[in-house]
Design a protein around this ligand. Structure first.
Ligand SMILES: NC(=O)c1ccc[n+]([C@@H]2O[C@H](COP(=O)([O-])OP(=O)(O)OC[C@H]3O[C@@H](n4cnc5c(N)ncnc54)[C@H](OP(=O)(O)O)[C@@H]3O)[C@@H](O)[C@H]2O)c1
Length: 338
């Protein structure tokens, strides 16, 4: 009887606590004519199937910059507050989680579909956990699901020092692949090799097609994860092995490319790609389950660890974007909120 009473009292307390928070205002960062601005917003109210998260830390990703510049608006019904990933505590249950969001991470509170939350691995702190969702979901979805990277194959990962790149190198290595990567300086190449890359090519001083062909003894690479686009497309096609797969996740050098159809036919290549943010919640929840099963144990065993370059406060979100745009970073930039 006493135990039952205590249970109901605790529940009631938690709900009261949550109601208080949902009526409150919170600090958040909004975009005002291409500039990030600290502001006050109401604490968001979770819809059916969503949870309210007290945010401890939020990851910064290049898509946030594209959104700030007005070229990547939030999907319909999603908050205009930027931020695609957070780590924190579910207000109702107290569970510590990290979550993939469609927006709203740059704030003291955020909402996420319950199925897009994953438990924080015991060996990681909140800052490290906030660096996981966007890159892990993207790499799992593209390098493994669309690119079908197999044990023993060779992957070429462009932008190896980026948030995505540092994650992709480690995930591919943990999967038993040989990893070739590109980066824009010898220092970045060294960091990629420390993360496990078998070959890191400074694309400013070396030709990645030639280098990767030599490294694979003329065979070429099995899968390419490409965020560069533009004139990299025909060069990537040259770098691929027979039955190779090319996965586009961005097009930093442009949306158009001229490609040789004959080579695609002769090598039996597959060209694919995907976006993550606009996809339905059910698809992201399915990805979360696969990631929990296949990738979470590799994080818990320390084989895959987030690379944190620098942390900023919420009020410093603008400086954080400037740092990402400057491009000197290796790994992830994080907003430390609590
Ligand atoms: N499709 C999706 O689902 C999805 C999801 C998330 C992110 N993305 C995209 O993935 C990309 C990476 O995101 P992020 O947050 O990890 O960004 P980030 O950390 O800012 O990385 C961008 C990287 O690109 C590198 N780079 C630029 N030009 C290059 C070139 N010609 N060759 C090789 N590397 C080059 C930069 O470093 P160096 O040039 O100095 O080496 C930098 O490391 C972004 O374009 C983003 O939009 C796609």
């Amino acid at each position: 009887m006493h135990v039952l009473l205590l249970f109901f009292c605790t529940k009631a307390l938690k709900i009261t606590h949550m109601t208080d928070e949902t009526q409150q205002m919170m600090k958040a960062v909004e975009i005002e004519s291409g500039i990030l601005r600290l502001t006050d917003r109401p604490v968001p109210v979770p819809a059916t199937g969503e949870v309210l998260i007290r945010v401890y830390a939020a990851g910064i990703n290049r898509p946030d910059i594209i959104q700030r510049l007005g070229k990547y608006p939030p999907p319909p019904g999603i908050t205009d507050i930027p931020g695609l990933e957070v780590a924190g505590e579910i207000v109702e249950s107290g569970e510590k989680i990290c979550a993939l969001l469609a927006g709203g991470g740059y704030a003291e509170y955020a909402v996420a579909p319950a199925g897009q939350c994953l438990p924080i691995p015991e060996n990681l702190d909140m800052i490290q956990a906030a660096a996981l969702p966007e890159t892990i979901f993207t790499v799992w979805n593209n390098l493994f699901k669309r690119g079908h990277l197999q044990y023993g194959e060779t992957a070429l990962i462009h932008g190896g020092a980026s948030g995505i790149g540092t994650t992709a190198i480690q995930m591919a290595k943990a999967w038993g692949a040989t990893v070739i990567t590109t980066a824009g300086s010898d220092e970045k190449c060294g960091a990629c090799q420390e993360l496990g890359a078998d070959l890191a090519i400074n694309y400013k001083t070396q030709d990645f097609v030639e280098e990767s062909r030599n490294f694979t003894e003329g065979k070429g690479v099995d899968v390419i994860l490409d965020m560069i686009g533009g004139d990299y497309l025909p060069r990537n096609i040259d770098a691929l092995a027979e039955d190779g797969r090319h996965v586009s996740i961005a097009f930093m050098k442009g949306i158009r490319a001229e490609i040789d159809i004959k080579t695609i036919m002769q090598k039996r290549l597959t060209l694919t790609g995907s976006t993550l943010r606009p996809r339905p919640v059910a698809e992201k929840e399915a990805l979360a389950q696969e990631i929990k099963e296949h990738i979470w144990p590799l994080i818990e065993s320390g084989q895959i660890m987030p690379v944190i370059f620098k942390t900023f406060s919420l009020a410093q979100a603008s400086e954080a974007h400037q740092a990402l745009e400057k491009g000197d970073h290796i790994g992830k930039l994080i907003l430390k909120i609590l």
